[in-house]
Ligand binder design. Structure first.
Ligand code: SF4
Length: 384
């Protein structure tokens, strides 16, 4: 399948920082040489017998041909996972503090034109949520907002992070992409890592799915991890929303993006997420666009191409699937999840972004991890 390399030529919106990097050109140019649909069985076998996988090998493992080699991929992924992460499984929970959004992503229930119950927690309410989560024993939290600089400005995000740092040893954020000086502020407030999903890496499809709002600027979003690292952030996470476009090409470009950032910023802690399109409020999607076998294939291919990268599996997936994948390729999972605004402490102020498929409590997930001979880990980072 040909990759459309054209990048929307829309100018950056006022205030958006252009860091002048050529990472996007490098990644899309590399991806354009690799067609995941072109690989044969022998290409897959060669990739599986290679110690240090290159981009071509990664493409082969994402190919339809590789679906016949999932068992061999899983065996090798399990070995790599064990070598680099032992038997630990990190646990965290997301905390949604606002669902106001100014973007128009056509696939999302938080889309600014959707009539949902909007809410933003004030700082007292944020603290109530944090206390409720901390009381469960979790030590890592990922704070999320919709993308509205008006409702969730950088001051509000910094104040919320500072509160989270009182209760948690590891704090991530998944908010709108920021400039490097803003990332420095949130890092100084206590954020450890930044997650930004590119959604789809095809610029034309991206333009079609993001008709307005700051998110429309493809390259500003693409460079977010790099700006975060320039701002002093320790870790950055990558993801394509699999099922929005051709998932094999999106996974290929997402993996190449992470690998290029790792090459340019060797000190960065890189991690991958595997979100898959789910049904959501006011817009039922075809949830089978990417089946579980395909999702597993992407997860295994990420593990083999990026052996040192963390990998998160979300509650969008079924308990059995999550139980299986943590022993093979994923290293981190969410637990005790509530996607509504204020849902952890029973405040229930606003609607959630998507439907979860794994409603298990933290205790149930801890038990399931132990049953597999794995070790649940609440904290893999000690603050000084
Ligand atoms: S995906 Fe994010 S940016 Fe897009 S509408 Fe939903 S919350 Fe807003």
């Amino acid at each position: 399948m040909a990759v459309d390399k054209s990048i929307d030529a829309e100018p950056y919106h006022e205030g958006m920082e252009d860091i002048g990097t050529d990472t996007l050109d490098t990644v899309l140019s590399e991806a354009s040489r690799i067609d995941p649909y072109s690989f044969s069985d022998s290409d897959v076998r060669r990739a599986l017998s290679t110690d240090d996988l290159g981009p071509e090998d990664f493409g082969a493992l994402l190919s339809p041909s590789a679906e016949r080699y999932l068992e061999r991929m899983a065996e090798r992924a399990r070995d790599e996972r064990l070598r680099h992460f032992g038997n630990s499984v990190c646990l965290f929970t997301p905390l949604y503090i606002s669902n106001y959004c100014t973007n128009g992503c056509v696939y999302c229930g938080f889309n600014s034109r959707n009539k949902i119950n909007r809410a933003k927690l004030d700082l007292d309410q944020v603290e109530e949520e944090l206390k409720a989560i901390a009381a469960t024993g979790l030590e890592e939290v990922l704070m999320l907002t919709g993308e509205s600089r008006t409702h969730s400005d950088v001051d509000y995000i910094c104040d919320s992070i500072a509160l989270a740092s009182k209760y948690f040893t590891n704090v991530g954020i998944e908010v709108y992409p920021m400039n490097s000086d803003e990332y420095r502020r949130v890092q100084e407030a206590g954020a450890d890592y930044v997650t930004v999903f590119q959604e789809t890496y095809d610029p034309s499809k991206y333009a079609e799915l993001h008709p307005y709002g700051n998110k429309r600027i493809f390259s500003y979003r693409f460079d977010a991890q790099e700006r975060a690292l320039m701002g002093g952030m320790r870790g950055v996470a990558f993801g394509a929303l699999l099922g929005l476009d051709d998932f094999r090409n999106d996974a290929l470009r997402c993996g190449l993006h992470a690998a290029e950032i790792q090459r340019r910023y060797p000190h960065a802690e890189i991690s991958m997420s595997l979100p898959r399109l789910r049904p959501f409020i006011h817009h039922e999607n075809d949830k089978n666009a990417v089946g579980e076998r395909q999702l597993l294939q992407v997860s295994l291919a990420y593990r083999l191409f990026l052996p040192y990268a963390g990998q998160t599996i979300s509650t969008r997936e079924r308990p059995d699937f999550r139980n299986g994948i943590i022993g093979l390729s994923a290293t981190k999972m969410s637990a005790g999840v509530s996607v509504g605004i204020g849902g952890h402490s029973g405040q229930n102020k606003g609607d959630g972004q998507f439907i979860i498929s794994d409603p298990r409590s933290l205790e149930e997930i801890v038990d399931a991890i132990r049953e597999q001979g794995l070790q649940p880990v609440m904290n893999d980072y000690v603050r000084t």
